[in-house]
Design a protein around this ligand. Structure first.
Ligand code: GDP
Ligand code: MG
Length: 442
């Protein structure tokens, strides 16, 4: 499976001290193959691998994670991206009833989903109604009625014994009925064929026009392979879909459909169907699915813990620095800026502390551009200047400004800020009851 392939790839990276360009290329190649073998659509594979390479090479080298962990983290995050990032909720009509139409191939799990959705929505306090607009197969209406019975939800269906009804007319009538009977959500089950055909698509489009749905949900069997793309495209173009449901995720799905469908349809995956029972159903969470595809729940936990521990370590170091008062140099100042920027919460915390008003501007200015400028300025100083900024006279200021591509005014501003911060460090040391205005005892 894709999970096995990926963990095999990551195992090879374990124990590497640094990732070379060649390591990254080899890893990217293997991941590309693994995705293709899992039937992920080619454009998705391409953009996935490109993003992976760029990020692996890029500057985001973490000090908390080893190279294998970094790659896993990037792959995990890119998987989440491909799967749509955040979960999206159902769109409800401003004026009830909200109409949800289901579309998809025969056997994809539409009727089962209809029952699941109805039960789930009822559990949330809605008054849903099911509509049997699949009149193609003799048993389809009955199947929906059984599911409706289990969900405790009314099923709107043509009277039995009237011959084959017109699904478009049934769908249209059902909306009127729902309005009269105060049903706030109408779920329209439709017929599917084994393959895509014109007639089926035309019927689905007619039903859509008759009920003007708020959501057209495309149901796709997660077990299907390369066909997923063609099917998704056909429904996208033939009916127009607003969301996707992956069904049969309890099976041994290779992941291809899941990873392709969002990209191909341009629409979010809303729910996941994971079994035959009405309860086997949940809102789709891209992050959980990504973890599932990676199949490395414990590794991901480890990565999170490593990062959290690293942050805690940084916080501690910074506190010592903060209390170091007089030893506080421009080098420390830079470290501190880096640390503050990395941990938004600390910046917020600092702002709330008494006596921090002088630093407020400095904290607020921590946008990327400003940060880069400050970094450049400090880097353009000699070690002696960094250790003892008092020696930075006018000509040194001009040299530093030229060297870092800023104005002398920028240099002045930074030095003023630094002096303020240094003063404040002393005060803080005093506030915390440290002797010598904050000098740490050895
Ligand atoms: P439809 O033709 O699109 O309406 O598909 P159905 O809802 O009738 O489902 C076809 C078959 O797949 C039925 O036997 C369902 O019980 C089964 N099925 C549907 N969803 C799932 C699922 O999430 N997991 C599993 N294991 N089976 C499912
Ligand atoms: Mg059906």
């Amino acid at each position: 499976t894709l999970s096995d392939r990926l963990s095999g790839i990551f195992t090879k990276l374990r124990g590497k001290g640094r990732l070379t360009e060649a390591d990254i290329d080899a890893t990217a190649r293997e991941i590309r193959l693994a995705l293709l073998e899992a039937d992920v659509a080619l454009p998705v594979v391409r953009s996935f691998v490109a993003a992976l390479k760029e990020r692996a090479r890029g500057a985001e080298v973490s000090q908390a994670l080893n190279p294998a962990q970094q790659i896993i983290k990037i792959v995990h995050e890119e998987l989440i991206n491909v799967l749509g990032g955040e979960a999206r909720r159902l769109q409800f009509a401003k004026q009830p009833p909200t109409v949800i139409m289901l579309a998809g191939l025969q056997g994809s799990g539409k009727t089962t989903l209809a029952g699941k959705l109805a039960k789930w929505l009822k559990g949330q306090g809605h008054q849903p109604m099911l509509v049997a607009a699949d009149l193609q197969r003799p048993n389809a209406v009955n199947q929906l009625q059984v599911l409706g019975g289990r969900a405790g939800v009314e099923v709107f269906a043509p009277e039995p014994g009237n011959g084959v009804g017109d699904p478009v007319a049934v769908a249209k009538e059902s909306i009127e009925y729902a309005r009269r009977h105060m049903r706030d959500i109408v779920i329209v089950d439709t017929a599917g064929r084994l393959g895509i055909d014109q007639e089926m698509m035309a019927q689905a489009a007619s039903i859509r026009d008759a009920v003007t749905p708020d959501e057209v949900i495309f149901v796709i069997d997660a077990m299907v392979g390369q066909d997923a793309v063609a099917t998704a495209e056909a429904f996208r173009d033939g009916v127009g879909i607003t969301g996707v449901v992956l069904s049969k995720l309890d099976g041994d799905a290779r992941g291809g459909a899941a990873l392709s469908v969002r990209h191909v349809t341009g629409q979010p995956i809303l729910f996941a169907s994971t079994g035959e029972k009405l309860e086997d159903f949940d809102v789709f969470h891209p992050d959980r699915m990504a973890s599932r595809i990676l199949g490395m729940g414990d590794v991901l936990t480890l990565i999170e813990q490593a990062e959290a521990a690293f942050d805690a370590d940084q916080k501690e170091k910074m506190t010592s620095k903060l209390l170091g008062g007089e030893q506080f140099t421009l080098e420390d100042f830079l470290d501190q800026l880096i640390a503050i920027r990395r941990m938004g919460p600390i910046a917020n915390m600092l702002k709330m502390m008494p006596g921090m008003n002088q630093m407020k501007g400095q904290l607020d200015d921590l946008d990327d551009k400003h940060f880069d400028r400050v970094t450049a300025i400090i880097r353009s100083m000699t070690p002696a200047e960094r250790a003892n900024p008092k020696i930075i006279n006018g000509s040194r200021r001009a040299r530093i400004a030229t060297g870092s591509g800023v104005t002398v005014m920028d240099v002045n501003q930074l030095l003023n800020r630094f002096t303020d911060a240094q003063k404040m460090m002393k005060q803080m040391g005093g506030m915390m009851g440290l002797p010598g205005g904050g000098r740490r005892k050895a």
